[in-house]
Design a protein around this ligand. Sequence first.
Ligand SMILES: Nc1nc2c(ncn2[C@@H]2O[C@H](COP(=O)(O)OP(=O)(O)OP(=O)(O)O)[C@@H](O)[C@H]2O)c(=O)[nH]1
Ligand SMILES: [Mg+2]
Length: 305
Amino acid sequence: MEIEQNTQYKSGFAAIVGKPNVGKSSLLNILLNQKVAAVTPRPQTTRKNQLGILTTIHKDIHVQIIFIDTPGVHRPRYKLGEYMVQEATKSLQECDVVLFMVDGSQPPSDEDHQLAGIIRETKRSVPGVLVINKKDLCNAEQLDNHIEEYTSLAPLMEPIAISITRQENLDTLMDKLVEMLPDAPPYFPADQVTDLFERDLSADIIRESALNLLRDEIPHGIVIRIDQFIERNEQGAYIEATLFVEKESHKAIVIGQKGSMLKQIGSMARKEIEAMSGRKVYLRIRVKVRKNWRNDERVLRKFGY
Ligand SMILES: Nc1nc2c(ncn2[C@@H]2O[C@H](COP(=O)(O)OP(=O)(O)OP(=O)(O)O)[C@@H](O)[C@H]2O)c(=O)[nH]1
Ligand SMILES: [Mg+2]
């Protein structure tokens, strides 16, 4: 789709904020109808703000919605966590619409209260939607009770219960969003879908594969550095990456018996990167230990956090 020059557009930034694991990145992927953000069953998957840009015609209205997918807001125990919460807070200052996303299958937790407070404190008069996700995971009565509790947390926001898995109420959510967007020309070209380069997306996909395949406390201590990213035309892309862990013992687990775990992580990631870019990819991953990197300001900056 091209941007039409003399057409009236509604455009703006929509921040998706919520505690970890409620489905923020899943919402981004489903509304854009393609995978741009890492999604895993583990909390704290997203570490940095990422844009997902939707340029479309919704019920005869030309729109460009720039979603800001943010890290889940939690009580940080590491400097990395502090950075993640700052990212989410920053998105609130930059947006035209707030999507406060919660897990509708559970009553509000401390983290939901904390975040509702942060949203109120930014004290801006931007409109907001209270997105109550995962309605597929509980019965109607439970859902009604939870909706009531969440609504009292954010009384000024328009509540809507959705299920991303079952694709329920997404169209109504779009209606509300479009209604709240300001009249404005588009900010980005129509074919741009995200602000991340393939290099960063590839790093996130490698981390996503590791998160999906590894257990327990190791995943949160993982960070990926792309060392080489070379285009080789018909032969596709050559990618060399280093996967950093925090402990020697973690390194052994990531590598696995005779390298079997690392092989699985690599092949899962390679397939995803190939699917994303539509070309062949050769991926090589090595594993290194960088002790306590999550609390080291200097190392965090080096990794782009
Ligand atoms: N049952 C059910 N599961 C869902 C739904 N939406 C998302 N999920 C699952 O919830 C998990 C977390 O999804 P993410 O999109 O990674 O959540 P997030 O809010 O981005 O998480 P962080 O990046 O860690 O803050 C994944 O396993 C999703 O498949 C839904 O509507 N119903
Ligand atoms: Mg996420």
